[in-house]
Design a protein around this ligand. Structure first.
Ligand code: SME
Length: 164
């Protein structure tokens, strides 16, 4: 497999259709969860040109543990309810943060980060088994459209990997 350079459409509708295709192409056929999540992170980092971090934290032993990602080294463990990731896990919902310095309890991994989005990953019974996390140096970079679109991408991922 060799990666082919692509240009993402400007319109958000088209962007997410295209993104879903790329995610399916590079992660869809892979039965190994780590390999699939690694390529998923890479595709997201490429799709979001101003993202400085894209990756996963997976529930393990009652906390979130760093999984496959693209970007600078990051905190390896996040407690339930801590930071943006642990809050999304506790509240069972996606969180879009325009400016991380305004989010009480935000865990800083890169002082250049301003915006963040976290989307929970759910199993067949609705239980959360991890979160997708993306960061950007651009304030307000992630929007409600991105939340809806990335939730769609994550639903696709869950369909591939239910029963992992
Ligand atoms: N900012 C996150 C921690 C993970 S890094 O962004 C990669 C948080 O507050 O949970």
């Amino acid at each position: 497999m060799s990666y082919i350079e692509v240009t993402y459409p400007e319109s958000k509708d088209e962007f997410f259709k295209f993104l879903e295709g790329q995610l399916e192409l590079y992660s869809g056929g892979e039965a190994d969860m780590t390999a699939a999540l690694a390529n998923f992170s890479s595709v997201l980092r490429i799709a979001y040109s101003e993202a400085n971090w894209a990756g996963f934290y997976l529930v393990n032993g009652g906390e979130l543990v760093l999984g496959p990602f693209q970007g600078r080294p990051a905190v390896t463990r996040i407690g339930y309810g801590n930071g943006v990731c642990g809050t999304a896990w506790r509240e069972g919902r996606s969180i879009v943060v325009e400016e991380v310095s305004c989010f009480v309890g935000h865990i800083a991994c890169d002082c250049g980060t301003h915006a963040e989005i976290v989307v929970p990953l759910r199993g067949p019974g609705g239980e959360i088994w991890g979160v997708l996390d993306m960061d950007s140096t651009v304030p307000g970079y992630f929007t409600e459209e991105d939340r809806a679109g990335l939730e769609g991408c994550v639903r696709t991922l869950e369909r591939f990997y239910i029963g992992r």
